[in-house]
Design a protein around this ligand. Structure first.
Ligand code: KG4
Ligand code: ZN
Length: 332
């Protein structure tokens, strides 16, 4: 079964080819235009997707040595994401499927982040818990099967990726700031500035409080010393990163206890964070958990994970019609 997958939910245009569940190519074109604006500009994202989608799909076919006439199905990200950006991938997938007379498979981007764990060994056994952390979402997902998962906790305001990116902006780092905070944090003291963690009931998260306390803290310090940020950048990054990771892992511990579970996975862009990867590994050793951490290439947005989700849906016979439309918010 030869599957083409397309991802266009945010600022990455990506296409992948999967043959019988094996990933043959995964081409990602990252839109650099947003960095000068300090965040993703939706209209610019849509236009960049329009420009890149054909060359990206062609490259994915070429790299996998597949002719488009050999495709058996097309999977695409239906949502959640930026509506205009999703529209480009959805329209492209629909048109190509119509012209080739092959079935279409719609994929939920957040579920695909979880299923990225099945692209390569080691693959988790069901059931397991997945902490899915990206620029737009922070979720604890209970995964009982590839097409059977439910959200058992999520953020009530900002996503953790947003907390990374907004902190980065406050200290003058370009977008996306998450990876830059990660890099600077390696040289800083994580205990220098203790930020309050707050406490949400149950398994939910909140990151708006910490964002505000970072802002007030920086404003206060800069008043006393205008060079405060420049002089203490690494320590600020290390302290913020430690706090954000601690907030995430507290809830992971709670959920693992409640579910009596011993398998934990992380997924989404923020799962590329080296501090989170290290702390989760340590926590796993302490608690005798099996810990699943994706390869860097499958953490941030990519069509390989859309292909994996599409593959499972193909096997289950879950197709959609030409009347499908993208969803900025995708409830499940
Ligand atoms: O999953 P993703 O690529 O896109 C969304 O679906 O949102 O996640 C992007 C997010 C951004 O907020 C980015 O700053 C964050 O992932 N991110 C990181 C790291 N790499 C990416 N955050 C912290 N440390 C990193 N190494
Ligand atoms: Zn994502």
């Amino acid at each position: 079964m030869i599957l083409l997958a397309i991802e266009s939910s945010c600022d990455e245009t990506s296409a992948a080819i999967m043959v019988d569940g094996e990933l043959k190519s995964n081409i990602i074109s990252t839109q650099l235009i947003h960095s000068e604006w300090g965040g993703v500009v939706p209209e610019l994202a849509s236009r960049a997707h329009q420009k890149s989608i054909i060359p990206v799909v062609q490259e994915a076919l070429q790299k996998a040595n597949i002719n488009k006439n050999d495709l058996n199905a097309i999977a695409f990200t239906r949502g959640p994401g930026l509506l205009g950006a999703l529209m480009v991938g959805t329209s492209f997938a629909k048109s190509l499927a119509l012209s080739l007379n092959i079935p279409l498979i719609e994929v939920n981007h957040m579920q695909a982040h979880v299923l990225a764990h099945f692209i390569e060994e080691p693959r988790p056994q069901f059931p397991f818990l997945c902490l899915t952390v990206s620029g737009g979402h922070t979720q604890l997902v209970w995964v009982e099967g590839p097409l059977n998962m439910q959200i058992i906790g999520e953020t009530q305001d900002d996503a953790v990726g947003e907390a990374f990116d907004k902190t980065a902006k406050l200290i003058g780092l370009p977008y996306p700031g998450g990876p830059l905070i990660d890099k600077l944090a390696k040289e800083g003291n994580p205990d220098k500035y203790p930020f309050p963690m707050g406490e949400m009931p149950g398994l939910d998260f909140s990151f708006s409080g910490i964002k505000t306390s970072i802002l007030y803290f920086l404003q206060k310090e800069v008043k006393l010393n205008p060079n405060f940020i420049e002089e203490n950048k690494a320590d600020i990054c290390a302290s913020v990163q430690k706090t954000l990771i601690e907030i995430l892992l507290r809830k992971v511990k709670k959920a693992m206890r409640e579910k009596n579970c011993s398998s934990i996975a992380i997924a989404g862009g923020v799962s590329a964070n080296s501090g989170l990867r290290k702390r989760l590994q340590e926590l796993g050793e302490e608690n005798h958990w099996d810990v699943f951490i994706p390869a860097f290439s499958y953490c941030t947005d990519n069509a390989g994970m859309i292909a994996m989700a599409g593959h499972f849906k193909f096997e289950a016979g879950e197709f959609c019609g030409q009347d499908v439309s993208p969803l900025a918010k995708y409830a499940w």
